[in-house]
Design a binder for this molecule. Structure first.
Ligand code: FAD
Length: 318
């Protein structure tokens, strides 16, 4: 079922959902299930599965030289979605990236998603690779998420990339896109970034999931500004509980977001990471309670491969 239909069916009740990361190449999928299992009691209608950007790996040739190759260290997104749907009887949403894929490869993946019965896809650009100064699409790839949305929406209308296809059975994907309450790091301003978000919605996006944020006022202002420029699709807040002390540096550095001073001080006062995890849980519970009271359609959690803290938060709310 589509995310938008889940939201309609909930009739104003806030839903619980979360995002998981595929195992590293060669690792067992059971660890992923072990993290999903404890969260199923909170009835997530859908689970997101991320896609990793390709990375450089260095192969030691044994002759003193390193061979530089590109690979994806966490493959399997679409297959994992199919196995989650099969095992848990919930919708699973693959994240699709512009980065590293040609449009033909993307079409191929979308056809797989369609035949597997996936009703939703999340359309994202992806970040630049570590040693690139800015994002570059591969030749023949989508350069912005809005282009990827258009490709998916075209396919929903039966328009494949090359016109020699007789369409007998259309896909009808519900399309999610990313939104940034504190603006995307590359955007010159929030106003410009919101215009880009509107382009994604105009191209066919059906709902927005936000980047993590720790100050609900930023989310509420973002939603108000989005509504003011005609973005009328559901906006789902993304919540990330702080889990280790290093998050104080990593999260602002990687995601260009602010942390509230009270949270920083509470984390700094912790003796170890067990205490930090507890602070993160308490903070996320308060944050989630306020968002729920404000009537957000879904509370979507970034589990980052470990679910004990998400379970503690969900227990207090759902
Ligand atoms: P876009 O919407 O394309 O925007 C990227 C930048 O380009 C923005 O600054 C925007 O303002 C600007 N822009 C857009 N259109 C134009 C235009 N026409 N001209 C000029 N500028 C323009 N990353 C992963 O690698 N894997 C994942 O699974 C993943 N999941 C995510 C889930 C969520 C909910 C979120 C919020 C992010 C996720 N990301 C993921 C990270 C995402 O890939 C990065 O944030 C990326 O840098 C931007 O992706 P986007 O889809 O927002 O890009």
């Amino acid at each position: 079922m589509k995310v938008t239909d889940h939201i309609k069916k909930a009739d104003g009740k806030t839903l619980f959902s979360f995002e998981v990361i595929p195992p590293q190449k060669g690792k067992n999928i059971q660890d992923l299930y072990n993290n999903i299992d404890p969260l199923m009691e909170f009835n997530p209608p859908f689970i997101d599965v991320t896609t990793s950007r390709e990375e450089y790996v260095y192969i030691d040739k044994g002759n003193g030289l390193l061979d530089k190759r590109i690979t994806r260290m966490r493959p399997g997104t679409v297959g994992i979605c199919a196995s989650i749907m099969h095992k848990y009887k919930v919708d699973a949403i693959p994240h699709l990236l512009c980065g590293g894929f040609t449009k033909e490869e993307t079409e191929y993946v979308l056809v797989d998603c369609h035949y597997l019965g996936l009703d939703n896809v999340m359309a994202l650009r992806g970040d630049s690779m570590k040693d690139e100064p800015y994002f570059k699409p591969v030749q023949g790839g989508n350069a912005y998420a809005s282009e990827l949305v258009k490709q998916i929406a075209d396919l929903n209308r039966g328009k494949y990339l090359h016109d020699d296809v007789v369409v007998e059975h259309n896909s009808d994907f519900c399309i999610g896109v990313a939104g940034y309450p504190e603006k995307h790091m590359e955007a010159p301003s929030l106003v410009t970034d919101l215009k880009r978000l509107k382009e994604k919605v105009d191209a066919g996006a059906d709902y927005v999931v936000t980047q993590m944020f720790f100050d609900n006022n930023k989310f509420f202002e973002f939603v108000d500004k989005a509504r003011a420029i005609g973005i009328n699709v559901p906006i789902i807040p993304g919540i990330k509980p702080i889990a280790i002390k290093r998050h104080l540096q990593i999260l602002p550095q990687v995601f260009k977001i602010d942390l509230p001073q009270e949270l920083i001080e509470a984390v700094e006062a912790c003796k170890d990471n067990n205490a930090v995890r507890q602070v993160g849980i308490e903070f996320a519970i308060q944050q989630s309670k306020e968002l729920k009271a404000a009537g957000v359609p879904v509370l979507h959690y970034y589990s980052m491969g470990k679910s004990d803290n998400i379970k503690a938060i969900a227990s207090a709310l759902f």
